[in-house]
Design a protein around this ligand. Sequence first.
Ligand SMILES: O=C(O)C[C@H](O)C(=O)O
Ligand code: SF4
Length: 510
Amino acid sequence: MQAFQASIFNLITETSTHLPADVQYAIRQAKEKEDAGTRAALALTTISQNIQMAEENVSPICQDTGMLTFKIKVPVGVNQIEMTKAIKKAVVEATKQGKLRPNSVDSLTGENSGDNLGEGVPVIQYEQWERNDIEVRLILKGGGCENKNIQYSLPCELEGLGRASRDLDGIRKCIMHSVFQAQGQGCSAGFIGVGIGGDRTSGYELAKKQLFREVTDTNPNEDLAKLEDYILENANTLSIGTMGFGGNTTLLGCKIGSMHRIPASFYVSVAYNCWAYRRQGVRIHVESGEISDWLYQIEPQKEQAEPVDEIQSDEDKRQVVLKAPITEEQIRDLKVGDVVLISGLIHTGRDQIHKHLMDHDAPVDLEGGVLYHCGPVMLKDADGNWDVKAAGPTTSIREEPYQSDILKKFGIRAVIGKGGMGAKTLAGLQEHGAVYLNAIGGAAQYYADCITAVEGVDFEEFGVPEAMWHLRVKDFAAIVTMDAHGNSLHDDVEKSSLEKLAAHKEVVFK
Ligand SMILES: O=C(O)C[C@H](O)C(=O)O
Ligand code: SF4
């Protein structure tokens, strides 16, 4: 079992740090389709650079190493109890080595177990087969994209598309809508797995299972193959673009599976996966425990990504250097589209911190400060100092109920996150004089590289991702997507994409 455990450790490390060739290819193609100088091109360049950095550093592509789901096929007679024990040990080791973020949280107490183990996790599913080796597939699916999963119960009325009936065209409408409703919040451009039929549970299972297919494969069912092609082509007319910045690529892959249902139920379940589509698999010899094959092609990214700093966006026109603490005047001068380079001290804060700060004081002075929606991967080095292993933004919309109040209460001038925020925050930004800055979701190596020092941490008891880290940064690049004048790029993209969605109202599949 020692060798088997080492093989699983290698699988976890590879999955977290290296995107498979089919995924990288899809991202490269998307990059080629964007015009140089646009926000989408800038985002995709950062993403490509991040993929490369993760490979070189053997560190997580994205700081959210997600929910670990293992799908395993075993020959009859292999001891699954021992395998589970070895897998758990490998998970603990991968967490210790910073290949995984401690991501397992007790749902009742909020306590982070610190080692990625916990009630029901990691998810390990076994199936028997008649071969004499073991197959282990792993997917690391992050929370931001998981939150954009959606399940439709047909028939239904869909925003922009009207009635969706219990037929192939109704299914088409649901899938188109699923891409629209995700906007940029699941770190588009994304991949979707769709499950038609089943019940609520098995429908989602089927959807997630599709994410194990190769991006370039062809569905053996002719109708579904046609539907997959249709969705891929037409979802990209919505112009939501990478990170929801607008652009030519919104969806990178669509895989659809179907199963039987019961007469009263007709579900279409969609599993949305971000561009950081981390899945890998191995075949393992039963006797030796060694890996014999990798299931998804691994290919180092050959081309050198252009350095991001050299790109000037036509749409953006301006690049502004800001040093924290920031004044209200500096903030009021910014407008949607400006690229901002931040230096100085920034503070992380996500779900637990926002809730806490509503009725407590902050542990540090946040006046003129920058709040970063981020839950990093951190490791202590041999001298006991914290080292940042990965530190990209988290989805900001979760903080919508708190953000405006927190800004005003503590005098915060800039919030960095991804995916944008809602009307209450937009009004708060305008009233108080603050901006929302969109960083590139998933670019955890790229941003970790901008952090020059960890100056302290508060609320360590909330666990590594939820603690408040005080980070000194240099030239941390982000785009103003909500300014202090009531403008929101997110609102604009949502509105225009809804209009484009409505163009797909007419019946396509008869
Ligand atoms: O938890 C995180 O760090 C990010 C999360 O995956 C998200 O997309 O919001
Ligand atoms: S931050 Fe974005 S890239 Fe990372 S797991 Fe969340 S959705 Fe995926």
